[in-house]
Design a protein around this ligand. Structure first.
Ligand code: SF4
Length: 471
């Protein structure tokens, strides 16, 4: 294997079985290592922007605002204000004389033109440097226009993406506790940490509604300001993904006493367990709720399992690599790959915690590489070493896979197919199958440490199609 690992990063990589488990994580990225992590501003933007009836104004140079709905396609069932990108487009003159006046003008114009239910104003690096007083401008416009105008303290240099999640949670928390809650059912939840990519939150809401549960607020996919304002009236917060919205769940527990549970909607086991955990929580209030959850799972699995078996036959023994933002998603993906007969040989995350990596170590097979806050060189070298058939990641991992002639599955915010829920598992199996078995690999030699860049026999073998499944 080529040695592409920086000495200072050696303790953030573990090969299961080679030595006793120990890993470092949750620290600043190493200078020069070109981390896959996004900046603080990007972290806050990804959490907040699916709130579809709010104006999202990026206070900074136009370049920061390039991070738009087109990259992160959260769907809305109603208003679509979140699809528009607004920026104060700070120029040299604004940097010298300050951008507060421009921000005030931009906010006033946007609110008059779009009549939003609230406005979020994101602070970028340069705003942190020149010291514009976002809070006072937001307060002033809020009084003038009588809507919440909320500053998001997301200067890019303040930490990593995780700090951006926290800034987003603090911004949303300012809305909570301000709406009426009288009509909310005792069997009610908020869905936290789902961004409604390809309509996924609609699948999950439908499951909960079939169990007789009211969903008060989507936080944040297909989100609405008024729902956030009454979210404190829900009986339970159901939190997906370890990083993005867990801070909000903790704030709500502390201030409103709302308990939370952590779930994942990816893969059969975790999806079913998510429904059962919610049912267990409400069993005292509704003794028949568990029965309804079981009926729902049974019905979904009766159609899903026979179809999955076909994919399993075709994919048996193939190898997968996973690199995701929050490690929580990786747990579900490992189980989902097992269900379709595949082995995970590399797994990593941008922002995993000590507990996350311990759990990854517990559930992975011997020889699996576990990595924290990786970079393109490391990932390429691991993919080549393990000669993987498919790489699961996000927008920044896609080119790494394609350059190596490896199949890719987007499990991040660019995806167009819902991968959550029982139906999502079927889509996932189909996508993995079509990527691994695609005839394109006949013409694109997979680069691996074993093949030396030549067309590997495995890549050729991957072209065999299974009757009845279309690639
Ligand atoms: S690091 Fe700073 S300048 Fe770069 S996108 Fe993030 S906020 Fe903008």
């Amino acid at each position: 294997m080529e040695n592409l690992i920086f000495e200072e990063r050696a303790d953030q990589i573990h090969r299961k079985g080679e030595k006793p488990y120990q890993m470092s994580c949750d620290r600043d990225s190493l200078a020069g290592a070109v981390s896959q992590r996004a900046c603080v501003f990007c972290g806050s933007r990804v959490v907040l922007y699916p709130i579809a009836d709010a104006v999202h104004l990026v206070h900074g140079p136009i370049g920061c605002a390039a991070y738009t709905w087109d990259i992160r396609g959260a769907l809305s069932s109603g208003p679509e204000l979140h699809r528009l990108s607004f920026s104060t487009d700070l120029q040299e003159k604004d940097v010298i004389f300050g951008g507060e006046e421009k921000l005030h003008r931009a906010l006033t114009e946007l609110i008059d033109r779009h009549q939003p239910r609230a406005a979020f104003v994101y602070s970028t690096c340069i705003v942190g440097l020149i010291g514009d007083d976002l809070k006072s401008v937001c307060r002033k416009v809020s009084e003038e226009k009588s809507i919440p105008v909320i500053p998001v303290e997301s200067e890019g240099f303040k930490g990593n993406k995780r700090a951006g999640y926290n800034a987003a949670c603090r911004a949303m928390f300012q809305l909570m506790g301000t709406g009426a809650t009288d009509s909310i059912s005792p069997l009610s939840i908020n869905i936290l940490g789902d961004f409604n990519l390809a309509g996924e939150i609609w699948i999950i809401r439908d499951y909960f509604q079939k169990m007789g549960i009211e969903v008060v607020a989507n936080i944040t996919g297909d989100g609405r300001v008024a729902d956030l304002q009454r979210a404190h009236g829900a009986a339970l917060n159901v939190v997906q993904c370890s990083g993005a919205t867990i801070d909000l769940a903790r704030m709500m527990q502390e201030s409103f006493g709302t308990p939370f549970i952590r779930v994942s909607y990816f893969g059969v086991e975790d999806m079913a367990e998510a429904l059962y955990s919610v049912a267990r929580f409400f069993e005292d209030r509704d003794p028949r709720i568990m029965e309804r959850a079981r009926d729902l799972v049974r019905e979904e699995l009766s159609t899903l399992y026979p179809k999955l078996q076909e994919y399993r036959k075709a994919l048996q023994g193939k190898k997968a690599a996973i690199y995701v933002g929050g490690a929580f998603k990786a747990f579900s993906l490992i189980k989902a790959f097992r269900l379709i007969g595949m082995r995970v040989v590399l797994v990593g995350s941008q922002t995993g915690t000590e507990e996350d990596y311990q759990e990854l170590h517990d559930i992975t097979d011997e020889g699996t590489i576990i990595v924290d806050d990786s970079n393109p060189l490391e990932l390429s070298s691991f993919l080549k070493e393990k000669d993987v058939d498919v790489f699961v990641g996000g927008v920044k991992e896609r080119p790494i896979a394609y350059k190596l002639g490896v199949g890719f599955c987007d499990h991040n915010h660019e995806r167009k197919e819902p991968l959550e829920g029982f139906v999502g598992m079927l889509h996932f199996a189909h996508e993995i199958y079509t990527s691994v078995m695609s005839p394109v690999w006949r013409f694109v030699p997979r680069k691996s440490s074993h093949s030396g860049g030549e067309l590997s026999s495995k890549a050729m073998g991957g072209c065999t199609r299974l009757a009845g499944l279309s690639a």
